[in-house]
Design a protein around this ligand. Structure first.
Ligand code: SF4
Length: 89
């Protein structure tokens, strides 16, 4: 798969019979080949686990300035907030 949001995952281990165990969150999904984990963002392709949302925007929101920890801004401003999916550490 040659998409910019698909990257090989780091936190997983191979189990028997082509299964992989995702270690990214506490759910610890056992994922058969050509299937996705519970969250739908991790896919077992040929015994290797891939994330399919790398770099995707995962949230867009406008929040009150008081909610953020910005160095500059006034109480009347509403900063636009984005977040993206990044590779696990
Ligand atoms: S596949 Fe998704 S839900 Fe399952 S352990 Fe990995 S990150 Fe958690």
């Amino acid at each position: 798969m040659n998409k910019p949001t698909v990257r090989k995952a780091l936190l997983y281990e191979s189990v028997r019979g082509g299964l992989v165990k995702c270690l990214l969150c506490e759910r610890r999904c056992l994922i058969p080949e050509e299937s996705a984990g519970f969250c739908g963002t991790r896919v077992n392709m040929g015994g290797t686990l891939y994330t399919v949302v790398y770099g995707d925007i995962s949230a867009l929101s406008v929040n009150p300035i008081e909610k953020g920890c910005l160095r500059r801004g006034s109480p009347l401003e509403n900063p636009y907030t984005t977040s993206i999916q990044v590779q696990e550490l």
